[in-house]
Design a protein around this ligand. Structure first.
Ligand SMILES: [Zn+2]
Length: 265
């Protein structure tokens, strides 16, 4: 009787000990990996597919690569019917997050540790609708349809980019979540953004032919996410149409796509 109990206790203690050791080994592996330079294979993926990365200076490219590497090894990429997660998925999804945060101090969206990748649009049990992407701050999940993600970057000037859109949501939430990355967006600028958002949502709902698509008027979160799609994909027109919002986003994210893409404004 006692020996059976002793055996159960022993096995339990051993399995807890094994879990702790595994956790520390995984954590150590991540730390080592995340500080290694981006591999040549991963760099070639950026070179091939990231228009943003290709336009950066040599010094900024090195910085971008380092941040992509850290982001990539901080997240668990989980396939939801898309087959094995590929290097392209890891690198390019990480690059879309780094693109948005590149002007800021290092932000890795630490609340979101899981990235779920679906092949196409998927049914969300939360909203009871089909989605191309979604973020769930409580569960720490960013969800993307790989087809929509690729389509978003395939046409870099149509202002439809689900990668930018979902990462914008993640940044917006991350800024409000009490963790080590809390309040990284300037408080005064965020206050000003609130005012401009209210003004422009009214304009979209009440005036014809607004520069931003109607979906931006859904709420302040969608307004921010849609605005960033236009900010990166149609910056010149954006600056002409809503100059105060464009300038505000330049200051908030500390980067100007017109300059990065070397466009004439
Ligand atoms: Zn959205």
């Amino acid at each position: 009787m006692w020996s059976a109990l002793g055996l159960i206790v022993g096995v339990t203690v051993l399995s807890i000990f094994r879990d702790i050791v595994t956790h520390f080994i995984d954590d150590f592996k991540y730390r080592v990996k995340s500080r290694q330079p981006l591999s040549a294979k991963h760099r070639s993926i950026l070179n091939k597919y990231s228009a943003y990365y290709k336009l950066l200076s040599t010094a900024d490219r090195a910085l971008f690569e380092r941040r992509v590497q850290r982001f990539m090894f901080a997240k668990r990429f989980i396939s939801r019917g898309v087959g094995p997660i590929t290097d392209e998925m890891r690198v390019l999804i990480s690059a879309s997050a780094i693109q948005l945060t590149f002007g800021l101090t290092e932000i890795y969206l630490s609340n979101f540790d899981k990235i779920l990748v679906y092949p196409n649009s998927y049914y969300s049990h939360i909203t009871k609708k089909y989605h191309l992407g979604e973020v769930n701050p409580r569960a720490g999940i960013i969800i993307l349809s790989w087809k929509s993600f690729v389509d978003g970057y395939a046409d870099p000037t149509d202002s439809l980019n689900v990668g930018i859109h979902e990462m914008a949501h993640a940044i917006h939430f991350e800024n409000r979540i009490l963790n080590e990355e809390y309040d990284f967006l300037d408080i005064e600028l965020m206050e000003l953004l609130k005012q401009i958002t209210a003004r422009e949502i009214w304009n979209i709902r009440n005036l014809d032919g607004h520069f931003l698509r109607d979906y931006a008027a859904t709420n302040a979160y969608e307004f921010f996410a849609v605005s960033l799609e236009y900010f990166f994909e149609q910056p010149v027109q954006f600056k002409q149409e809503i100059p105060d919002l464009y300038e505000l986003l330049v200051r908030l994210l500390n980067q100007d796509p017109i300059r990065i893409y070397k466009l004439a404004s």
